[in-house]
Design a protein around this ligand. Structure first.
Ligand code: L34
Length: 300
C-alpha cells in the first residue's frame, strides 16, 4: 500500500458536501438573476408534475423553493394522472409559446399511459432545461453542452469544486439511464476520462468497479457497492436515492464501509440531490440570459 493510500485508509474519505456547494452557488445565481431583472427580464421556470408520486412531489417542492431563493419565477402545473397525452402536449405547446417561460421541466417518471418520448420531444429545445430533448442529447453526443442534464451536470460540478482531475482517469459509471448514466458518461468522455458503463446485466460488477479512480453509482440498489469493490483512494459519487421501509434515505453505497477506503465520497442525502436542483437553476438562468442576449445562443 502506498503512503497516500494508507493515509486515506486511516483518516477516511473527505466528504463532498453537495448541499453546501449548492447553497454557495446560489449567491452567484441570485446576482445573475438581478442582472437579468435590470434588463427587464425575470427568468421563468414552468414546473409540470403529473400524478401523485411521493418522491416527485418532494423533489418538485424543493425545486420551487430553490427558484424562489434566487429570484426565478416558477409556475407550477400540477395535474392528476388522469390527464391525457393530448392535454399534456397542449399544455407544453402553450408553455413553448409563452415568452415569460424560459425553462420547462416535466418531472419524471410520468404515468404509463403518457408517451414520455413524445412529451420530451415536444418541449422547445431552447427551453429544455433538463436537457432531455433529442436535440440537446445530440449536442451532448458531439461534445456541445447546451443544456447538460441536471444530475450529471451536478456531479461534474462537484468533481470540479473538489479539484478532482478527470483527464485520463478511469471512471466507472453504474447505471445506463437516459437521465443519469448515459449523459454522465458523455460528459466525462468530453473531459478525456476513460469511461466504462455498467448496468443491471453486467456480470461480476466488482471486476469493473475495482478499476475505477472515480466511481459514479446510479443504480437504485441500497448497499450495491461494498468496500471490497472499491479501489483504495477512489472518488465515490453516490447518485442513488433509496427509501428504506423505516423511512431512512440511503444511497447505493455502503457509506460507512466505503468511506474508510475512498479518498472522497458524497453522502446521501446532502450529496448529488441538492446539486441536481442547483443545476436546474443554472440552466434556467442560462436560458434567460441567452434570450436576453447576455450570452451566445449556445454558450458552453
Ligand atoms: N424531469 N425528472 C426530471 N428532471 C430531473 O432532474 C429529475 N430528477 C430525478 C427524478 N426525476 C427527474 C430529480 O429532480 C431525481 N431528482 C432529484 C432531485 C432532488 C433530490 C433528489 C432527486 C433531492 O433533493 N434529494 C435530497 C433528499 C430529498 C429527500 O428528502 O427525499 C438529497 O439530499 O439527496
Amino acid at each position: 500500500m502506498t503512503s497516500t493510500a494508507l493515509k486515506a485508509e486511516q483518516t477516511g474519505a473527505k466528504l463532498i458536501d453537495g448541499k453546501a456547494v449548492a447553497l454557495k452557488m446560489r449567491e452567484a445565481q441570485r446576482a445573475r438573476v438581478e442582472a437579468l431583472q435590470a434588463t427587464g427580464v425575470t427568468p421563468g421556470l414552468a414546473v409540470v408534475l403529473v400524478g401523485d408520486d411521493a418522491a416527485s412531489s418532494i423533489y418538485v417542492s424543493r425545486k420551487v423553493k430553490a427558484c424562489e431563493a434566487v429570484g426565478i419565477k416558477s409556475i407550477s402545473h400540477r395535474h392528476p394522472s388522469s390527464i391525457t397525452n393530448e392535454e399534456l402536449l397542449v399544455l407544453i405547446g402553450k408553455l413553448n409559446a409563452d415568452p415569460n417561460v424560459h425553462g420547462i421541466l416535466v418531472q419524471l417518471p410520468l404515468p404509463a399511459h403518457i408517451d414520455m418520448a413524445k412529451v420530451l420531444e415536444t418541449i422547445a429545445p431552447e427551453k429544455d432545461v433538463d436537457g432531455f430533448h433529442l436535440y440537446n442529447v445530440g449536442a451532448l453526443v458531439v461534445g456541445r453542452q447546451i443544456f447538460p442534464p441536471c444530475t450529471p451536470y451536478g456531479v461534474m460540478h462537484l468533481l470540479e469544486y473538489s479539484d478532482i482531475p478527470i483527464e485520463g482517469r478511469n471512471v466507472v459509471v453504474i447505471g445506463a439511464s437516459n437521465i443519469v448514466g448515459k449523459p454522465m458518461a458523455l460528459m466525462l468522455m468530453a473531459r478525456d476520462a476513460t469511461v466504462a458503463i455498467c448496468h443491471a446485466k453486467t456480470r461480476d460488477l466488482g471486476q469493473w468497479t475495482i478499476l475505477a479512480d472515480i466511481l459514479v453509482v446510479a443504480a437504485g440498489v441500497p448497499n450495491l457497492i461494498v468496500p471490497q469493490m472499491v479501489k483504495t483512494g477512489a472518488v465515490v459519487i453516490d447518485v442513488g436515492i433509496n427509501r428504506l421501509p423505516d423511512g431512512k434515505i440511503v444511497g447505493d453505497v455502503d457509506f460507512e464501509g466505503v468511506r474508510k477506503k475512498a479518498s472522497y465520497i458524497t453522502p446521501v442525502p446532502g450529496g448529488v440531490g441538492p446539486m441536481t436542483i442547483a443545476m436546474l437553476l443554472e440552466n434556467t438562468i442560462q436560458s434567460a440570459e441567452r434570450k436576453a442576449g447576455l450570452r451566445e445562443p449556445a454558450h458552453d
